[in-house]
Structures are given as C-alpha cells and as structure tokens.
Design a protein around this ligand. Structure first.
Ligand code: HEC
Ligand code: HEC
Length: 358
C-alpha cells in the first residue's frame, strides 16, 4: 500500500510555507486611492481646506465672546508687533513668532527677556493657524488665543510685564486710546481688551497652500509622492491625531504612546544616556513632561511644519525625516521605510502655505 503523507506533516509544511512567504513576497502595497478617493477620504475624515475669504473665515473662526471686526484685527496686529508689551521694550510677539519664517523662531528653545531661555527648554510653536486649535500651548493649558495672549506678556523669561504695567503704558498713548475707545465699551485700555485685540488678529493668521487646492479639486496641485504620503498619513493613522483644518491641535495625546522592549534592552546593554534619562526617543532637555507630568501633549499643528524646525516640545530633533520615523514607530507602531518617510515628508511639504489676506 502506498504510504500517504501524514496530515500533521502536510499542516507543518503549509504553515512553514505561509510564514516563509510573508518574508519573501514584497510587502503588500498599501491601498491605492484614485485622486478622487484620496480627497474623499481626507474630507470625510475631518481634514478640510482653509477658507478663501473674509466671510468664509468668520463662519469658521469668529469668537462670539470677542467678535472680529476689521478695526479690531488691525489693532491686534499693531499690538502683536509692538515691543512696548515687554519690560525693556525690546521684544514683541513677532520676535519669537516670525510670520515670514513659519510663525516661529527656528530656535530649539525660545529666548526672551534679557536673553533668557525658556526654563523648560520649550520650543516656540507656530502662531500660524494656531487659532484653529482646540487648546493652546504644548500641554494645552489655555483654551483659546485670547486666553493664551496673556501668558507671554507676563512670563518673566518672555516679556516680563504685569497686566497693570501694560495698561499704564498703553493708556499714555493717544493712538491706542482712540482705537480702543472705538472698539470696546471700557473707558480705559484694559489688559483683557489687549488680549482680545491680539486674539482677533491671530484668528486671521491662517495659511493656504497646495494641500488646500488639492482638497478643493485640483489634482495637479500636489505631486505623486505627496499623494502617496497623504495616503499613508490617512491609512496608517497619523490623521487620527493630526486632524482637522489645522492638521493637528484638536486633542491632547500621549507621547510616546508605545514603549519598546528593544529600547529597554538597549538601555541595559548599551547604556545610551540620551534614552536612559528620557521617557522620549530623544534627549529630554528641560524636563517638561506634558500635561500634569503625564506625557500628554497638545497634538502639534502640522501646517507649515517644514518651516518650523527644530521639532518636538523641546526642539530636540532637527530633521523632519527623523520626526516622521519616530512618530511612525512610537505613535502608530508601524515604522516607516525610508521611501515611505520621503513620501510623507513630500506630503507635509504641501502643508506649507501663504497667509490669506482676509
Ligand atoms: C520669548 C519668545 C516668545 C514671545 C515673546 C512670545 N511667545 Fe508665544 N510662545 C513661545 C513659546 C516657547 C510657546 C510655547 C510655550 C508653552 O507651551 O508653554 C509659545 C506659545 C504660543 C502660542 C500657542 C500656539 C500653539 O499652537 O499652542 C501662541 C498662540 C502664541 N505663543 C502667541 C504669542 C503672542 C500673541 C505673543 C505676544 C503677546 C507671544 N506669543 C510672545 C514663545 C514666545
Ligand atoms: C496618538 C497620537 C499621534 C499620532 C497617531 C501621531 N502623532 Fe505626531 N505628534 C503627536 C504628539 C502628541 C506630538 C508632540 C510630541 C512632543 O513634542 O513631545 C507629535 C508631534 C509630531 C510632529 C512634530 C511637530 C512639531 O511641531 O514639532 C510631526 C511632524 C508629527 N507628529 C507627524 C506625525 C506623523 C507623520 C504621524 C504618522 C506616522 C504622526 N505624527 C502620528 C501625536 C500623534
């Protein structure tokens, strides 16, 4: 009688074959979207273009507690660039938030009053599109741009003023007195109204670029690499956190989300001080650990991200490629290949934009 192969052997061979094929076959390529599908995928997942004109802007961003008007916006702009908001009259908001350079200072950490560095080694985030965020600051501790604007004026290492001193200084200026009187019911200039005027101006600091044109239907606005990167960004889950019109800023999230055994082993056998001392995959200069020290951070806004190096809350990582690698490994648990990283960076480049003249 012919000897049949034993079923256990067959099962063993089949399982071995399946496992081997996993390694031999090229990695299954991710879903290929047509341009229309990609746009649909983005729009249906809360990613949307920045409004084109003043009327559309008001629908998106007006604050009922601080209604915007052209006069208030102009006054806020004047204050944003006014160095008199700082003690020695040398620093304005624009000193750290240069609107021509991506809305930040391109320094690892902010330098304020008398050359002092931020004590937590915090990196200046961009003010561009910040008004679209649901919370402000790296730990999301301010609710909106109006509340936020009071912070830097008073921080001893930034502008180092008190609200009283700001009021006294501005109430001596007839230009400001007239303009505030026309806009607010209060007899004198108040610190609260200074915050409101600056906030109204910041609400207009929105940028549009090729990403917005693609979302509005122009298939040629972005490159094939950028489309591949955008697909990865959506399908692999980056957009789960970096979402909304500002591509970020909508929630507070844990970072790093995943901790790796290999890093842990590396720490023991190849003690690398940078990792050993830090809960982050980069040097923890400044000791800032996010909201209530729980490693929770306001998800950063990715519009204009290519112009705001260095990266992360303490400005520890210089290269955007490395940031994307870290994010893919620690936030989505799916480390991107160098080609995938390049595609995602090509997509991030489409988030560069110009200020819209509202
Ligand atoms: C000395 C540099 C410096 C100055 C001056 C400064 N900022 Fe900032 N700004 C920073 C830093 C650093 C942060 C992050 C601080 C944090 O998260 O605790 C920040 C955060 C912000 C944010 C939050 C953005 C976001 O996405 O969370 C806004 C908005 C902002 N600043 C606007 C202003 C305005 C308005 C002024 C002027 C009244 C101003 N800044 C003055 C350095 C500065
Ligand atoms: C679970 C939420 C989450 C996911 C998913 C996520 N991120 Fe992030 N991302 C964050 C947080 C939080 C930070 C801020 C961390 C810090 O500064 O310490 C951040 C920071 C960044 C930064 C640096 C921003 C800056 O201004 O310095 C970039 C770029 C970025 N993420 C891109 C990506 C990409 C690309 C993906 C997908 C591979 C991704 N993120 C997935 C939450 C997330």
């Amino acid at each position: 009688m012919k000897k049949l192969i034993h079923p256990v052997t067959i099962t063993f061979l089949v399982v071995t074959l399946i496992i081997t094929l996993q390694f031999l076959l090229p990695k299954r390529s991710i879903e290929k979207f047509s341009d229309e599908d990609l746009r649909e995928a983005a729009l249906s997942r809360d990613m949307s273009p920045v409004p084109k004109n003043h009327e559309a802007l008001l629908k998106v961003i007006d604050n009922p507690e601080n209604p915007m008007s052209r006069e208030k916006i102009a006054l806020g702009k004047e204050l944003f660039f006014d160095t008199r908001l700082s003690r020695d009259q040398s620093i304005s908001c624009a000193s750290c938030h240069n609107l021509k350079e991506g809305g930040d200072d391109n320094l690892p950490t902010a330098i304020g009053f008398h050359g002092q560095a931020n004590p937590f080694h915090l990196n200046s985030p961009t003010v561009l599109n910040a008004a679209l965020a649901k919370a402000q600051f790296w730990d999301g501790r301010a609710k909106d741009v109006e509340e936020q604007a009071g912070g830097p004026v008073q921080a001893p290492f930034e502008m180092n003023m008190t609200p009283r001193e700001v009021e006294e200084r501005l109430n001596k200026d007839s230009n400001y007195i007239t303009k505030f009187k026309a806009l607010f019911p209060e007899e004198k200039i108040t610190f609260e109204n200074v915050r409101k005027a600056i906030g109204a101006y910041e609400r207009t600091l929105l940028t549009r670029g090729s990403y917005d044109r693609f979302l509005e239907g122009d298939n040629s606005a972005i490159s094939a690499a950028a489309k591949r990167g955008m697909t990865l960004f959506i399908v692999k889950g980056c957009k789960g956190c970096h979402t909304g019109m500002s591509v970020g800023g909508q929630s507070i999230q844990k970072f790093p989300l995943r901790n790796y055994f290999s890093d842990f082993v590396g720490m023991i056998f190849e003690p690398d001080l940078r990792i050993k001392e830090s809960p982050f995959p980069f040097i923890n200069q400044g000791g800032f650990l996010g909201r209530d020290n729980t490693l929770k951070f306001r998800v950063p806004i990715l519009r204009n991200i290519t112009k705001t190096a260095p990266y992360f809350h303490n400005g520890s990582v210089e290269k955007l490629e490395e940031v994307v690698r870290i994010m893919s490994k620690y936030q989505i648990g799916n480390e991107f290949t160098p080609e995938q990283i390049d595609d995602v960076v090509a997509f991030l480049k489409t988030l560069e934009g110009e200020l819209v003249a509202y």
